[in-house]
Write a protein that binds this ligand. Sequence first.
Ligand code: C5P
Length: 233
Amino acid sequence: MATEDIPVIAVDGPGGAGKGTVCQALAAQLDWHLLDSGALYRLVALDAMRAGIDLDDEAGVTQRAQRLDVVFATDGRISLAGDDVSEAIRSEGCSQGASRVAALPAVRTALIDRQRAFCRPPGLVADGRDMGSVVFPGARLKVFLTASVEERARRRYKQLKDKGIDVSLARLSEELGERDRRDAARAVAPLKAAPDAWHLDTTGLSIDAVVAQVMSWAVTAFPELNLPGKGME
Ligand code: C5P
């Protein structure tokens, strides 16, 4: 199957809009591959921090990003240079670090091929900020998920609490706002919807409702795949 024929659902939007959970559910229902592109930026940040490289040192960070030794296991675990970092990359330090290295154009370029390599049959659900606009501009279904900053902070707060991590809601809200501003203001691939993306505000919606909406768009976008019979029974 030629790469351009592989079905891709590109899901973009700000942090906490529900993309991660929704993309996991979509990929599981469809039995497609999943790309968590945010994890790649988090890995680059963690790797640079561990190597003592300043996160504004574009050449230094890029050099390491090009050689990043990462394994995405089928059970969802992620390892960096043989070390399981699945939890470590979710820390607030890595969130902020990821959004700093993501603003460096050469780092973004270094990660493009690695992201495109996830596009394999039978299909791909790609989660990020520039999936529909830059990495997979030919994706037949592009979705842009949003939610109010308060709701996004509440979701992140709950996620962290469930993991036993103690955080302040006000501080989380502030940090999300800061990341949003940095992601939207950067010169290369800023956070913005592709012109042909379907928008969905997930404030007040359950994960199931969001997944059902995206699946119904997918049925229209990929008529030849007969999706309702495959994934939604
Ligand atoms: O989605 P997640 O919160 O894991 O992403 C972490 C950071 O990585 C984002 O704040 C953003 O700066 C960056 N990112 C990006 N492009 C992507 C995915 C994530 O710039 N496709």
